[in-house]
Design a protein around this ligand. Structure first.
Ligand code: HEC
Ligand code: HEC
Length: 298
């Protein structure tokens, strides 16, 4: 708010409150006289019920004055008049920060019971699993599903297959720093024919689906040239960049043959948001232990 607006609003508010005060006091001066005086409005109901125009009772008038005093006190202490900050220096942001610090401290204290324990240890601790499960339901289930089995584009966290690795540290790193897997589109590079060749090669070699040998042979060549750098010569993937294993039946982007080709045409990518800043390190460890337990607690 510009300072001229602020001054304008401040003066306007003060004049308005003073005007109310004047109105109250002015009308309270009217003397109460007999029923026949000029206070009689002349309105009569039920034959003898006459409406008078007497001033407010004293206690009621005083209540009004108290609200005006309260208003002035409030405006002096808290922000309310234009952009004047008020004597207490109160701000919404400051109050939020103070309350947040309290909650944060309480959480720190709560999570300190898990300090010094490793993720596999926590994965056997019922209290840690309960808390980890709650955090998962609040923060992770939207994407990975409440049963953690994922969906198309969102990896299943309960199986043995990992894009980035299933060791305790890998899981913790995935949650802390987030992940971003990018498969580039190949429509331009390979063309319709090339995509058909590579897809046929992948299916015939690793998924037992026989295909035209000339397509397979050409596809093999293209796979080595364009795909092996990320997915490996043996198609087993690369956990550093999150390139999936193409030799098993666990698919991130769907199972049908058509989907393999769509991925080749259009590329694919997935983003796992970073949670450092959002969850404390101990909370990340606890939810990592929960995730770890899903594939290791049999
Ligand atoms: C906005 C959606 C989203 C949320 C929220 C989310 N994730 Fe993810 N997560 C993903 C995606 C997408 C990937 C795969 C990234 C890729 O394709 O490279 C992933 C990957 C992962 C991985 C690596 C899996 C692997 O196979 O290596 C782990 C572990 C994980 N998430 C755990 C969690 C946990 C725990 C939470 C909650 C604290 C969480 N995620 C919240 C979308 C999400
Ligand atoms: C720059 C590295 C890179 C190259 C090159 C690359 N890919 Fe990928 N590919 C990935 C990543 C990363 C993903 C996972 C995308 C995600 O996280 O959503 C992926 C996903 C896929 C998928 C889907 C897998 C699933 O589980 O659903 C298929 C199929 C695939 N790639 C095949 C290929 C083929 C065939 C080639 C060669 C023409 C190729 N990729 C080249 C990195 C690469």
């Amino acid at each position: 708010m510009s300072s001229s607006w602020s001054t304008y609003i401040t003066i306007g508010v003060i004049i308005q409150i003073l005007a109310y005060l004047w109105l109250l006091l002015a009308t309270s001066k009217t003397e109460v006289e007999g029923a026949d005086s000029e206070n009689d409005t002349g309105h009569v109901w039920d034959e003898d019920l006459r409406e008078l125009n007497n001033p407010l009772p004293k206690w009621w008038l005083n209540l009004f004055i108290m609200t005006i005093v309260f208003g002035f006190l409030y405006l002096a202490l808290y922000p309310g008049l234009g952009n004047i900050k008020g004597l207490l220096g109160w701000t919404q942001e400051k109050q939020f920060k103070e309350e947040y610090a309290l909650v944060h401290e309480a959480r720190q204290e709560y999570f300190s019971q898990f300090k010094g324990k490793s993720i596999p240890e926590l994965a056997k601790d019922p209290e840690a699993l309960k808390i980890g499960g709650n955090i998962f339901a609040n923060r992770c289930a939207v994407c990975h599903g409440s049963d953690a089995q994922g969906a198309i584009g969102f990896p299943n966290l309960t199986d043995e297959e990992w894009l980035y690795g299933g060791e305790p540290e890998d899981i913790k790193t995935s949650i802390t720093n987030g992940r971003h897997g990018v498969m580039p589109p190949f429509a331009q590079v390979l063309g319709e024919e090339g995509i058909k060749q590579v897809a046929t090669f992948v299916r015939a070699t690793w998924h037992g689906k026989p295909g035209d040998p000339t397509l397979v042979e050409a596809g093999k060549q293209k796979f080595q040239n364009f795909c092996a750098a990320c997915h490996g010569v043996d198609g087993k993937g690369n956990k550093v960049i999150g390139a999936p294993d193409l030799t098993n039946e666990i698919w991130l982007h769907g199972t049908s043959d058509a989907i393999i080709e769509t991925v080749l045409h259009e590329g694919a990518s997935g983003t796992m948001p970073a949670h450092k800043g959002v969850l404390e390190p101990e909370a990340i460890k606890v939810v990592a232990a929960y995730v770890y337990s899903l594939s290791h607690n049999q």
